[in-house]
Write a new protein. Structure first.
Lengths: 170, 187
């Protein structure tokens, strides 16, 4: 039985590798630009995604009246004596500690958005179709980055609302 | 940018779903457009690699100018240059004109891709008007950018009653390209 399961996993991995390879071979340069923007902005946002994710789990536990593990929260909150803080206050300090990274992420994303929009201001008159279809690679990078920006916005809003809930329940 | 701390978890989830739908639509359109663009570019480069050959689509005897007018279509994607022309005249039973041949009369007409031009082949000056039963064999030599060779296009024009009056004689089958539709009424 275990052998069959392992075989299934191997088949699945081979099929996935095959699909990825074919997809990369058939992708247009614009699609590769989307992938590139997504990958690079995921690197830029990884601290935010993991941080807000852990904070959400922590704040949700606090809001339910539990007493979750404080270790990661105390390390991340960046206050002089975190062990003297209550659970809800610790969550609020943790949220505040992630703020500079969020600001930096949105700044880089906005610069990319400005570059993309500026590249759209020049009309390539002999080939208007290229402008309409957005064949520029900058736009592809922007769309890839937009997926990560949505993830960051979504998970940061989630963490903020769960922290506020934890503070009001305390 | 300030956190919307008053937003509930449910509203965050709903807004995320809405924005994700819009973003997915945008990225899908972007990807599909890039694919359509790549397909058009590939088709264009493929078609541009096919050497063109001019096609005579119709012929008309221009009585006033003593000339034969050929409509020449270039169905390819590269230009064709019509270099020179020759005409061989063979009289029919009704004609008083003797047979003659005019060769290597310079033409120098360039036919742009996917377009049609009219080429006038002058008949012999001071010759008799064409009569029913006469035959004209016109040949036009041309070049195209992919070779230094000279190619020849031959067209035989048999004069029937309508042709002698100057009516346009179309070829029976034509490629349907970017051409104006033939006017109704005339046959």
């Amino acid at each position: 039985m275990r052998f069959l399961l392992d075989l299934l996993w191997v088949i699945l991995a081979v099929l996935a590798a095959w699909g990825l390879a074919v997809g990369l071979l058939l992708a247009t340069p614009q699609e590769l630009a989307v992938l590139l923007g997504f990958a690079v902005f995921m690197l830029l946002a990884s601290r935010l995604l993991w941080g807000y994710g852990a904070l959400s789990v922590f704040a949700e536990g606090v809001g339910r009246g539990e007493q979750p593990d404080r270790g990661q929260a105390e390390a991340a909150a960046r206050v002089p004596e975190p062990e003297r803080l209550g659970f809800a206050a610790l969550a609020s300090f943790w949220l505040a500690a992630l703020e500079p990274y969020r600001y930096a992420f949105y700044a880089v994303y906005l610069v990319l958005m400005l570059v993309t929009l500026a590249s759209k201001l020049v009309l390539p008159l002999p080939d208007l179709w290229a402008w309409v279809t957005g064949s520029t690679l900058f736009e592809g990078v922007f769309w890839g980055a937009s997926v990560v920006a949505l993830l960051v916005w979504s998970i940061s809003s989630l963490a903020a609302s769960l922290t506020a809930k934890a503070a009001s329940s305390a | 940018m300030k956190h919307n701390a008053n937003g509930s978890v449910q509203s965050v989830v709903i807004w995320t779903l809405v924005l994700a739908l819009l973003l997915g639509f945008a990225i899908g359109s972007f990807s599909a457009a890039s694919r359509a663009r790549a397909a058009v570019t590939a088709a264009e480069s493929l078609a541009a690699g096919i050497p063109p050959a001019p096609v005579v689509t119709s012929t008309r005897y221009d009585k006033a100018n003593d000339a034969l007018t050929l409509r020449v279509l270039n169905p390819g994607l590269v230009p064709v240059k019509l270099v020179d022309q020759s005409i061989i005249f063979k009289p029919g039973a009704a004609s008083k004109q003797e047979a003659y041949a005019l060769t290597a009369i310079p033409l120098g007409v360039e036919v742009a891709p996917l377009s049609e031009v009219e080429v006038q082949l002058k008949l012999k000056p001071n010759a008799e008007k064409l009569e029913v039963g006469d035959v004209l064999a016109a040949s036009v030599s041309f070049t195209h950018p992919y070779s230094r060779d000279l190619y020849v296009l031959s067209h035989v024009f048999k004069v029937n009653e309508e042709a002698a009056k100057g009516k346009e004689q179309g070829e029976p089958k034509q490629p349907q390209m970017n051409k104006a539709k033939p006017k109704k009424g005339g046959k």
